[in-house]
Write a protein that binds this ligand. Structure first.
Ligand code: ASP
Length: 426
């Protein structure tokens, strides 16, 4: 049995929904379908989710409703009463999460109607605690009880319910997480994630021309690449399927015979000669270097520094350290307005000799499950960067040896990605 999630581009127009229905009907194992809200049909188009987030100001439901009627009409399905209900609900709500969730809700209702399948709402099945944390085991139990007697069902992605019954959404792109939860709940053989590209690419195609497609990837590599900006899947979507080890197959709705990328639990199931699987990165980081003589022998130094971040509710990306320095890499958004206060608190907590701030940093992760068993990977990486005269501002390699992270100046970002890519993928 397969759980299939179809993304926004797959659900964007009548033509793409026709491809979706063909894909579902071609394989009777495709029984549990999770959908996103209709996405962009062309580059300047507006995603339904964005239009719904803007609803609080625009109060324009007509344009949103038309996205659905254009599709439903092509299949001879009448969704006018449903649209009217949702329009009324939107008028009466001030909840941004509720408004945004209606994109997926309407899409799943519509597709269920088109397929003659059962619609099963995620509300009341996918649940969060009062702090908005997903209750995975509880959600899986509820989904299992609700779905195990259903032969084919369509569910909306992206949202669930809080203990008070209010709707809460995941972060953007969260329908991938819903699909993973449904797959875990039903112990699916495969979680198919249908999107608009053939699979994971080994580098961003906007930077590197025609990068290789990754045929197989381990969960851990996926997590590293997705977190560092590879946009195909939500970085959190492996957590629900990890325990059961359910493979995820990223497939292209617009090229369905292509095998796509298979993401598997165990790196041993992905034999590959390549030492590097992919390169991904993100801009927008700041590095704070804290210098203090004899820091190495001062017990509690790191704890005092990190407790400032905790008090300020700042999550850090990396903490590389030397004998007399400790650096913290954090996202720019944390420092934008509160840098002076943060620096003062860090100074008080650490009694540092010097604190320097360097913003405009981009992080690049070079990821590969084979790195741990091969020599010379770091040498090859830095040789490629040196050959292009790129200054490396930070280096971090986790002990799992799955990943080498470097920090470069933002203006070197594209050049660095290209250099690393060509250093490993000839
Ligand atoms: N529709 C939501 C978004 O645009 C969720 C999703 O598509 O996964 O982020």
């Amino acid at each position: 049995m397969k759980v299939c999630k179809f993304g926004g581009t797959s659900m964007a127009s009548a033509d793409s929904v026709r491809l979706v229905t063909d894909i579902i009907r071609q394989d009777e194992d495709r029984r549990y379908i999770v959908v996103s809200a209709p996405g962009k049909r062309f580059p300047a188009d507006v995603k339904v989710t964005d239009a719904l987030y803007a609803y609080g100001k625009s109060h324009d439901f007509e344009g949103i409703a038309k996205r659905y009627t254009d599709i439903a009409d092509a299949f001879g399905v009448d969704i006018a009463p449903l649209l009217q209900d949702v329009g009324t609900q939107l008028e009466g709500t001030s909840s941004r999460d509720f408004a945004a969730s209606r994109g997926e809700y309407l899409c799943a209702r519509m597709l269920a109607e088109i397929l003659g399948a059962e619609f099963v709402d995620a509300a009341g099945l996918i649940c969060f605690d009062e702090d908005g944390e997903l209750l995975l085991a509880e959600s899986c139990g509820r989904l299992f009880r609700r779905l195990s007697s259903t032969h084919i069902a369509v569910l909306p992605g992206f949202y669930g319910t809080l203990p008070d019954g209010n709707i809460k959404t995941f972060s953007r792109g969260g329908s991938d997480i819903t699909g993973a939860i449904v797959a875990a709940a039903l112990d699916a053989d495969l979680y198919e994630n249908w999107t608009d590209v053939d699979g994971f690419l080994s580098a961003d195609p906007r930077i590197v021309k025609d990068p290789c497609l990754i045929e197989r990837l381990s969960y851990k590599e996926l997590r590293e690449l997705a977190y560092m900006g590879a946009e195909v899947l939500h970085p959190e979507c492996i957590f629900p399927v990890r325990h059961a080890g359910i493979p995820i197959n990223v497939k292209n709705t617009f090229n369905p015979t292509h095998p796509g990328t298979m993401i598997v639990a165990d790196a041993a199931d992905c034999p590959s000669e390549r030492v590097v699987t992919g390169v991904a990165g993100k801009k927008g980081f700041t590095i704070i270097n804290i210098e203090k003589d004899m820091m190495n022998s001062e017990i509690g130094f790191a704890r005092r520094v990190l407790s400032v971040l905790e008090e300020e509710q700042i999550s850090f990306e990396h903490v590389p350290s030397g004998i007399d320095t400790l650096s913290i890499v954090i996202r720019d958004e944390y420092v934008e307005r509160r840098l002076p206060r943060l620096l003062l608190k860090l100074q008080n907590a650490s009694d540092a000799d010097n604190i320097e701030v360097h913003s405009g940093l981009a992080l690049i992760a070079t990821v590969g499950r084979n790195m741990a068993s091969r020599q010379g990977t770091a040498a090859a990486l830095f040789k490629s960067l040196a050959a292009r005269h790129i200054n490396v501002r930070m280096i971090d390699q986790g002990s799992s040896e799955l990943n080498i992270i470097i920090g470069v100046d933002t203006f070197d970002y594209e050049k660095a990605i290209t250099a690393i890519y060509h250093g490993f993928f000839k």
